[in-house]
Design a protein around this ligand. Sequence first.
Ligand SMILES: *Cc1c(COP(=O)(O)O)cnc(C)c1O
Length: 390
Amino acid sequence: MTKRHPATVVARAGIAEDPTFGAVTPPIYLTSTYELNAFRQPGPYDYSRSNNPTRDVLGDALAELEGGAKAIVTNTGMSACLLALQLLKPEDTLVFPHDCYGGSYRLFINLAQRKQAFKIQIINFQDDNWPTQVHAAKPAMIWLETPSNPLLQITDIRAVCQLASVIGAKVVVDNTFLSPVLQQPLALGADIVVHSTTKFINGHSDIIGGALITKDLAVGDELKWWGNCLGLTGGALDAYLTLRGLRTLNLRMQKQQENTASIVSFLAAHPLVAKVFYPGLPSHPGHAIAKAQQNGFGAICSFELNAPSDYLHDFFAGLSYFTLAQSLGGTESLICHPASMTHASMDAAAQQRAGISATLVRLSVGIEECTDLVADLTHAFEQVTLRLAK
Ligand SMILES: *Cc1c(COP(=O)(O)O)cnc(C)c1O
């Protein structure tokens, strides 16, 4: 069959494929184990840690969306990261960006330093000489996250993959921030994609989950074996909810991006905003690469308040539609203060190196009516103005 459009993949995943009763919606197989056909005659499924039909429907859809050979659905995004690391041996080096997700950063550092599971080298891919640094590290695996969190910095996936193929390194891309609808790293040369499905893929902020997709079937089989061995696979009910969330991924992404573009224009023109970070802005240093490797600029943006950081209290208190909470990618708009929330585990020096200032605010824009969201932000900025005038 010809390649299906992502909108069709998400709407049709597992639809009308039930051989038993013809259920249009894929059934939720809440079972830990499966009956054998007869003595020494196993059926297609044996135990749900290894395989579950509901989880398989989600995995197949994610593999198709990312253009991969195999997907492993995991119980958290961190499990998907941990699974990819099973390819490394103690003598191997993992290269990862200085501004990757905090939980990934913690995992890499602690596995390397406390378990000697592998060696690590942290690289700033915004440095002009990143290729020299990568070459010198002789990595077995390169980890990328683009756009980065919370400053939305862009890394050229194609350029990194070209270098990786020369030096024989595998490239893993954490594609959580964009989802396969907006970026397909395997088509750009990556070997593995990981997701926190908690975010855009599920999109409803009601489960924690993850997925890993491989370009190569043999690598997928090996990691599937590890997923079962280590017990990292996801539950059937979570898989069902994620599949239900996935149905609207395209629609949600469209609306959330549209809202984000309007909010970014509003923020860029506001006197109480010192700086806006969004790859859709032509002034963003990664704009051209983002335009080339993404199908859109995403629904996350951040900005610096043009007032001392203690005024953030007034700003946050003045909001009704942006909920002050971590996480991102849901239908509801969220707002967070990276320095004290998502990136609190970084010390002040590390935050400064990563460019995370005390006045930085990150938005995850939902599907609410945009004029309401802009009115909400306007009201919150007015609270800051009122106190500044006192
Ligand atoms: C949230 C997140 C993770 C971790 O996923 P969990 O589902 O919370 O375990 C990994 N990478 C990125 C980019 C994330 O945003």
